[in-house]
Design a protein around this ligand. Structure first.
Ligand SMILES: [Zn+2]
Ligand SMILES: [Zn+2]
Length: 290
């Protein structure tokens, strides 16, 4: 498949509003069961040309692939979240391997380390992360990394000589501007979401100002982390625009410029054939047929 790498152009024939990519949402979660079609439609209407729905375990990864087959503009990531690291058995990893080659799968994730809640042991988390980095390398896919209260261990693991080098994003970045710069300099993307809009989100805004523009991605983590003024409600991909607006404001850029740059980054990292943007995605611009 020839993939369009330009990405920053608005879809041909549409109005010239900013085109965004929600690089991290969980469309398979039950919060969207009542109105999933409308949620996807609202995102498209808000200029969200692509959404990546992220697996957190084998079952949700399978649902993510199903959704990516069903909706144009929706792509899937498959992976086992660190909270579920104890579930990353050889059998589970084999199932993930069966999904990773699907043409609508654009990343392995979310994977990583989370010591905040301690829902899985640190040894199990590291083992699951390593196994899934190897899976990503095997399939030539980027990774979506979840990190909380584990940044030193994550850095050590990802920079260890035995770890396969794969491109990726540290999503929902929460380790402050110094760490963000360090990751960006090492070639990683940094994903920002609702907290940049929160009253107490100064840390995230400092990251938003510090990260080089060619390393920045926008996301929602929907149904979680709804941006201001919707904080506390169910989040949705359409609201990635509020995240982008706030980052643009922090950087003194227009929304159009910020959208063009972050969308180009997402297209580059995930090799997205954006609907209508000149790609050859057979599903572009219409619902998929199963
Ligand atoms: Zn996460
Ligand atoms: Zn997530």
């Amino acid at each position: 498949m020839t993939r369009n790498l330009a990405g920053a152009e608005p879809p041909a024939g549409s109005s010239t509003g900013p085109v965004l990519v929600d690089t991290h949402c969980h469309l398979d979660f039950p919060e969207f069961d009542p109105d999933r079609d409308q949620v996807v439609e609202a995102a498209r209407a808000a200029g969200v040309a692509a959404m990546i729905t992220i697996g957190v375990d084998v079952a949700s990864s399978r649902r993510a692939v199903d959704l990516a087959e069903r909706y144009a503009g929706v792509y899937a990531a498959v992976g086992i979240h660190p909270h579920s690291a104890e579930e990353a058995t050889p059998a589970a990893l084999k199932e993930l391997r069966g999904l990773a080659g699907h043409p609508r799968v654009v990343a392995v994730g979310e994977i990583g380390l989370d010591y905040h809640r301690g829902r899985a042991g640190e040894v199990a988390q590291k083992r699951a992360l390593r196994a899934q980095l190897e899976l990503a390398a095997e399939f030539g896919l980027p990774v979506i990394i979840h990190q909380r209260d584990a940044v030193d261990d994550l850095w050590a693991l990802l920079t260890a000589p035995a770890t396969p080098r794969v491109p990726g994003v540290l999503h929902c970045f929460s380790a402050g501007p110094q760490w963000a710069m360090r990751w960006a300099e090492a070639g990683w993307f940094v994903g920002l979401d609702g907290p940049v809009t929160f009253k107490n989100g100064e840390d995230a805004r400092a990251v938003a100002r510090a990260v080089p523009l060619d390393r920045l991605l926008v996301e929602t983590d929907a149904p979680f982390l709804a941006p201001h003024p919707h904080r506390g409600r169910r989040n949705q991909p359409a609201w990635v625009r509020l995240v982008a607006e706030r980052i643009a404001q922090e950087r003194g850029l227009s929304l159009e410029e910020l959208a063009a740059r972050t969308t180009a980054n997402a297209v580059r990292l995930f090799r997205l054939p954006l609907p209508g943007a000149g790609g050859t995605d057979p599903a572009a611009g219409r619902p998929n047929q199963r």
